[in-house]
Design a protein around this ligand. Structure first.
Ligand code: ADP
Ligand code: MG
Length: 329
C-alpha cells in the first residue's frame, strides 16, 4: 500500500460531504514511496450522474415501515469479495435471531439464487421482470431458508432496458414498497460493478455493507464506491451511507491479512466490524448443497462467524442511532 494511495483515500474521505468531483489528486506534502503505477480502474459513469434533476418526487420517508425495515445493500464493485456469501449467511443469521428476512438477488450471475438450490437458467420470472416490467416483487419471491427474490440470466439485459425508462434509478425502491413492511431486513446482493443495478440498490437502501477481501484490499475501489454513494446521496437518496465494512477471507496466520485489517481500521475506524470472516472452504462447500453455511454446518466456526456479524450489525446500528438521537436532543 503506497503512501500516495492512503493520502488519496483520506482526502476523499474528508471531502465526503462535498460533491463527489472534489476528490483530489494525492497531495505532494510527502514524497510518495516509489511504487508501480496502478492500472487505472475503468471509469464507470453511474447513471445517477446523467439523471435529469428531480425527475420524480422523492418518496415519503416518514412512514413507520420505512424506519423499521432495514434495507441493506451488500456492495463492492470488485468480484469475489464475498458479497453473495455474506448476503446469504448474514440473512440466515438474522432469521435465526427471529427477524423476518428478504434477500434480493440483483446480480445477473444469479449466484445467490443458485446458492439456495435454484437454477437461474430455468427461472421464468425474476428481478428482471420486476425492475423492467413492473411485475410485483411478491411474484418472484421463493421461500427457501429465507425469502428470496430470484435472479435469472435475463437480468444481464436489465441495465440497458432500464436506461431508457424514466425513474430508472428508483425501480427497485418502488418494487420493494409492496413488501417492505413484511420484513425487518431486506438484504440486496449486487453485481460487481457500480452500474444501474447497484445504483438501484443504493437508492432503495437504508445502508450499505461493504465486504472486503483481506488478500487483495483495494482502497481505490472503496474510494470509487464512496464517490458513487456521494452522488446517490446528492441526487436520489440523502440517507444512504456505508454502515459497515466487513473483512472477509481473513487468514490470521499471514502478515498480509493482518496488515490489510490495520489499513482498513486506520482509514475507516469504527466502520470496520470487529467480526472477521475467516478463510475456510466451508463457505464454498455450502452453496454446492444449495444451503447457507449455517444450515450446512450449524455448529462450525464458519456459521458462528456470521451469527457474530449479525449481532454486531444490529448492535452497531443501535449505537449509531443512539448517538444520533443524543446529537439531536
Ligand atoms: P462475490 O459475490 O463478491 O463475487 P462470493 O460470495 O461469490 O463473492 O465469493 C467468492 C468465492 O469465494 C466463492 O467461491 C465463495 O464460496 C468463496 N468464499 C466466500 N467467502 C469465503 C471465505 N470466508 N473463505 C473462503 N472462501 C470464501
Ligand atoms: Mg456475487
Amino acid at each position: 500500500m503506497g503512501v500516495a494511495a492512503l493520502f488519496y483515500l483520506s482526502s476523499a474521505l474528508e471531502t465526503e460531504a462535498e460533491p463527489a468531483q472534489n476528490a483530489e489528486q494525492p497531495t505532494t506534502q510527502q514524497a510518495p514511496a516509489p511504487q508501480p503505477t496502478p492500472t487505472p480502474a475503468p471509469q464507470q459513469t453511474p447513471a445517477g450522474q446523467a439523471a435529469p434533476p428531480a425527475a420524480e418526487p422523492a418518496p415519503d420517508t416518514s412512514g413507520e415501515t420505512r424506519t423499521a425495515t432495514r434495507v441493506i445493500a451488500l456492495a463492492n464493485q470488485k468480484g469475489g469479495v464475498a458479497k453473495t456469501t455474506t448476503t446469504l449467511n448474514l440473512g440466515v443469521a438474522f432469521r435465526e435471531m427471529g427477524h423476518r428476512v428478504l434477500l434480493v438477488d440483483l446480480d445477473p450471475q444469479g449466484n445467490l439464487t443458485m446458492s439456495q438450490g435454484l437454477n437461474p437458467d430455468a427461472i421464468e420470472r425474476s428481478m428482471f421482470d420486476v425492475l423492467v416490467h413492473r411485475v410485483p416483487i411478491s411474484e418472484v419471491i421463493e421461500q427457501r431458508e429465507v425469502d428470496l427474490a430470484v435472479a435469472s440470466i435475463d437480468l444481464a439485459g436489465a441495465e440497458l432496458a432500464l436506461s431508457a425508462l424514466i425513474g430508472r434509478e428508483r425501480s427497485l425502491e418502488k418494487a420493494l414498497a409492496e413488501v417492505r413492511g413484511q420484513y425487518d431486513f431486506v438484504l440486496i446482493d449486487t453485481p460487481p460493478s457500480l452500474g444501474l443495478l447497484t445504483i438501484n440498490a443504493f437508492v432503495a437502501a437504508t445502508g450499505v455493507i461493504v465486504p472486503v477481501q483481506c488478500e487483495y484490499l483495494s482502497l481505490r475501489g472503496l474510494v470509487q464506491l464512496e464517490n458513487t454513494l456521494a452522488m446517490v446521496r446528492e441526487n436520489l437518496n440523502p440517507h444512504v451511507a456505508v454502515e459497515g465494512i466487513v473483512a472477509t477471507m481473513f487468514d490470521g496466520r499471514t502478515l498480509h491479512s493482518r496488515e490489510a485489517i490495520e489499513i482498513l481500521e486506520e482509514n475507516f475506524g469504527d466502520l470496520v466490524y470487529r467480526t472477521r470472516i475467516r478463510k475456510t472452504v466451508r463457505y464454498a462447500e455450502a452453496p454446492v448443497k444449495g444451503s447457507s453455511v449455517l444450515k450446512y454446518d450449524p455448529t462450525g466456526a464458519a456459521a458462528e462467524a456470521y451469527r457474530e456479524l449479525a449481532r454486531e450489525v444490529v448492535a452497531a446500528k443501535e449505537a449509531q442511532d443512539g448517538a444520533q438521537a443524543r446529537e439531536h436532543a
